[in-house]
Design a protein around this ligand. Structure first.
Ligand code: NAD
Length: 486
């Protein structure tokens, strides 16, 4: 018995139970084989409007429940996920093209989010403020926002949905989740089933797979108080504009073009391993992917040599049937974009040291040498398994080159000297920086988010969740009212 057995989710959306979508249906397909895996409901604007109205009606009762009651639903969801983790992992492998290791890693991250969120409703909700007059009590308390709209992408569809859904619910909001159509089951149906089984009351959570129409409708809906969006910078700009018109709170977690800096005192075996993991995990389709390898010139050839050997040794294939390190990219459009960036960079003078080829959706792990700051491989977020290597003279130039991007999500530095690493970290304009690590890291309790074109200052993580998903109310009270000079 799995979570998806025994539930009438086929061709439906989750909106006060499983119901047909006015927008029709969409198919979930396996990128590795092209096979159809499932049919789910496809939400349109009318489905979003109905869901948002229903969520708004259900939210006050949910918020009025005690903290321990809400926490219990989150804890039960976590236990159900532990019991059914293989089902969640299998869907990530088949629908998302994840290797099993990435899928297991993602499910562990989701569990962390659920447990952390379960602890939120029983923490203090406010502060007792100093009284400005005798006999007057003054408090500040946190209130839910109302309905939170969550729009999530396909690359880590479970964690990038749950990191917003779980704390928003825990803190008394209702949620309308719109997962990406390409991962409608792994990032949508499964999450709906998990919370339904955990006892979320009717109307408090709606899950509406769909595309730009449904996402756009959520951003404009007057019943929605906040949009939490994770996706590309281009769509994030549209979301910000649309949601801004109705004065919603807007949390944008967008793309990245992240620097991995290799200093000349780094252990190059370790550094090239960090580089390979940072660039090739999940075929480079991660916002935190190491998108630019910035290497000091005295060790550049040795680093390139090691990185290219690692790339050439990584097996690529169907992660459901073969033991591979890389699966398929999510779709043909993505492959064409990666190929354009590589080809144009090679035409401009970059040299392919590994990979540079593809077969259907399988793109070979690629290492590019001689990448300069004007090439597309340096300037653009590639979202594919490509490691562009740029050579710099010294630490000073490494900082300048790393900061030469509109993005600012994460950076990492490999060095034999912690002091040198810290000095560079202090000067990087990113929301996250790691010394002697690679760029892919996530802790449910650490503030996660970027600067510049990577986001608008929003952060995920236990403490940040309070700021994102609640608003302050100042309350004063006194036994008796008094008169004023007028
Ligand atoms: P995308 O922007 O194309 O889609 C993201 C979501 O937005 C999907 O659910 C999509 O259906 C929806 N959408 C599309 N058009 C919309 C519109 N006009 N209005 C409202 N919603 C709309 O992104 P993607 O290709 O699915 O994901 C990859 C991108 O996401 C990359 O740029 C990656 O860096 C970024 N990302 C960022 C983070 C982060 O935490 N910063 C995490 C993962 C991915």
């Amino acid at each position: 018995m799995t979570l998806l057995d025994g539930a009438d989710w086929d061709s439906k959306i989750f909106s006060s139970g499983w119901v047909p979508a006015r927008g029709g249906t969409l198919t979930s397909t396996e990128p590795a084989t092209g096979a159809t895996l499932a049919t789910v409901g496809s939400a349109n604007g009318a489905d979003v409007a109905a869901a948002a109205a229903s969520a708004r009606a259900a939210q006050p009762d949910w918020a009025a429940r005690t903290g321990p009651e809400r926490a219990a639903v989150l804890r039960k969801a976590a236990r159900l996920l532990e019991d059914n983790h293989e089902e969640f992992e299998n869907w990530l492998v088949r629908e998302g093209g994840s290797i099993p290791g990435k899928a297991a890693f993602e499910v562990q991250l989701v569990l962390g989010e659920l447990w952390e969120a379960a602890a939120l409703p029983t923490q203090p909700w406010g502060a007792l403020l100093p009284a400005s007059e005798p006999g007057r009590q003054s408090i500040a308390r946190r209130l839910p926002l109302g309905v939170v709209g969550v729009i999530s992408p396909w690359n880590f569809p479970q964690i990038l949905s749950v990191r917003a859904v779980a704390p928003a619910l825990a803190l008394g909001n209702a949620v309308v989740l719109k997962p990406d159509a390409q991962t409608a089951v792994s990032g949508g149906v499964l999450i709906a089933r998990l919370f339904a089984e955990a006892g979320i009351p009717d109307g408090v959570l709606h899950v509406l797979p769909g595309g730009a129409e449904a996402g756009g409708a959520l951003c404009e809906d007057p019943n929605v108080a906040m949009i939490s969006f994770t996706g590309s910078t281009a769509v994030g700009r549209k979301v910000g504009e649309a949601a801004g018109r109705t004065l919603k709170r807007i949390s944008l977690e967008l793309g990245g073009n992240n620097a991995l800096i290799i200093l000349d005192d780094a252990d190059l075996d370790v550094a090239s391993s960090a580089g390979a993991w940072g660039t090739f995990l999940h075929q480079g389709q991660v916002c935190m992917t190491a998108g630019r390898h910035i290497v000091l010139e005295s060790v550049a050839e040795q680093y390139l040599d090691r990185l290219a050997k690692r790339a050439a040794n990584l097996p690529v294939g169907d992660p459901n049937t073969e033991q591979v390190a890389l699966g398929p990219l999510i779709n043909a459009r993505q492959v064409a974009n990666v190929d354009r960036i590589v080809s144009d960079s090679v035409k401009a003078g970059a040299e392919v040291r590994a990979g540079g080829t593809f077969d259907r959706l399988y793109y070979a792990p690629t290492v590019l040498a001689g990448v300069t700051r004007d090439m597309p491989a340096f300037r653009e977020e590639i979202f594919g398994p490509v490691a562009p290597v740029t050579v710099v003279r010294d630490d000073e130039e490494a900082v300048r080159v790393a900061n030469d991007t509109e993005y600012g999500l994460v950076a990492a530095i490999q060095t034999g000297s912690l002091d040198r690493g810290r000095a560079i970290a202090d000067r990087l304009r990113t929301g996250i920086v790691h010394v002697n690590d690679q760029t892919l890291n996530n802790d449910a309790y650490a503030p996660f988010g970027g600067t510049g074109a990577s986001g608008n200052g929003a952060r995920f993580g236990t403490q940040s969740s309070w700021d994102e998903f609640t608003q302050w109310q100042w309350v004063t009270q006194r036994e008796q009212a008094h008169g004023f000079p007028f």
